[in-house]
Design a protein around this ligand. Structure first.
Ligand code: G
Ligand code: G
Ligand code: MN
Ligand code: NA
Length: 258
């Protein structure tokens, strides 16, 4: 309750910020994109994790203004980085199913891009399988509009939902992010490494056929990285590669030579 009340003021009080986690090539470690992660630091409650406050915001509707804030901030940051580096820096922004279900979501995205003067191709939107499967007809229209704008679409936490694989073929998706639970299972003998291996291999096979990118999430060890590379996975993210970084460190990581 205290957190919920405090959250209503977080945005206007300037308590929100973004961190940026590199998504890297597993061949050479070069940073290819940056996932933006919302952070909230309250003056007395301290730092409150997104895992805690995002569900609260989804319950009380606050996720709409918070999500819009994050989207706009990410577009402005990408624009600044593009200007500084002369490179096309792509930012990947998490979008809650509730944001995505807004009738004017595509307009919100278009306005954020225009306001930041950011090319749409520098923005990727991360949706979970659940968000995509929920109202498939409406989702199809919305994703097509985003695609026409030039925005990229990634399916986040892939493998944890209960969806049909054929939607990967039928929807304009650019990237599949394999959920970190499968990467963890790869190197946990007690769990089911064979299943995780088979799932990751299958996803990479489908993605190759459909010409989609694959990102393995939650890589925490060299062993996991090597296994994923051997499976043919080209992109990855996780603490072994890099923690989420503040703005300056993220820029350095992006321009650093391999
Ligand atoms: O980075 P972290 O482990 O704190 O993220 C926890 C959860 O919060 C993840 O599911 C992540 O996708 C979500 N999240 C982080 N930033 C944002 C954001 O800007 N918008 C939305 N909708 N979710 C976010
Ligand atoms: O739901 P989503 O995939 O957007 O959530 C991303 C969350 O995963 C963020 O909170 C981020 O901080 C966290 N994360 C990123 N890399 C790792 C990792 O290597 N291990 C673990 N446990 N969490 C990670
Ligand atoms: Mn994500
Ligand atoms: Na994820």
């Amino acid at each position: 309750k205290q957190v919920e009340r405090a959250l209503t003021q977080a945005m206007t009080a300037g308590q929100l910020s973004l961190m940026y986690q590199p998504i890297c090539s597993l061949q050479d470690g070069v940073v290819r994109k940056l996932e933006t992660l919302l952070r909230w630091t309250h003056p007395t409650l301290g730092s409150i994790s997104a895992a805690e406050f995002i569900p609260i915001a989804e319950n009380n509707g606050q996720i709409i203004p918070l999500g819009t804030w994050a989207l706009r901030a990410a577009c402005h940051q990408a624009r600044r980085w593009n200007d500084i580096t002369g490179l096309a820096v792509t930012v990947s922004v998490n979008v809650s199913p509730l944001q995505f279900a807004q009738a004017n979501f595509v307009d919100v995205v278009r306005e954020a891009l225009e306001e930041a003067n950011l090319p749409a191709s520098s923005l990727e939107i991360e949706l979970t399988e659940g968000a995509v499967m929920r109202r498939i007809d409406m989702v199809k229209v919305c994703l097509r509009e985003l695609q026409q704008l030039g925005v990229k679409i990634a399916i986040d936490d892939f493998g944890t939902g209960y969806s049909s694989l054929s939607y990967l073929r039928d929807l304009p998706i650019n990237c599949i992010k394999i959920d970190q639970s499968f990467v963890r299972d790869l190197s946990t003998p007690r769990r089911a490494p064979q299943f995780a291996l088979a799932l990751i291999e299958a996803v990479i096979g489908i993605a190759d056929t459909l010409e989609l990118q694959v990102v393995a999430e939650g890589i925490e060890t060299r062993k996991q990285l090597e296994m994923l590379r051997d499976l043919g996975c080209t992109l990855g993210q996780g603490y072994f590669l890099s923690r989420p970084l503040a703005e300056d460190a993220a820029l350095e990581a992006f321009v650093a030579p391999a």
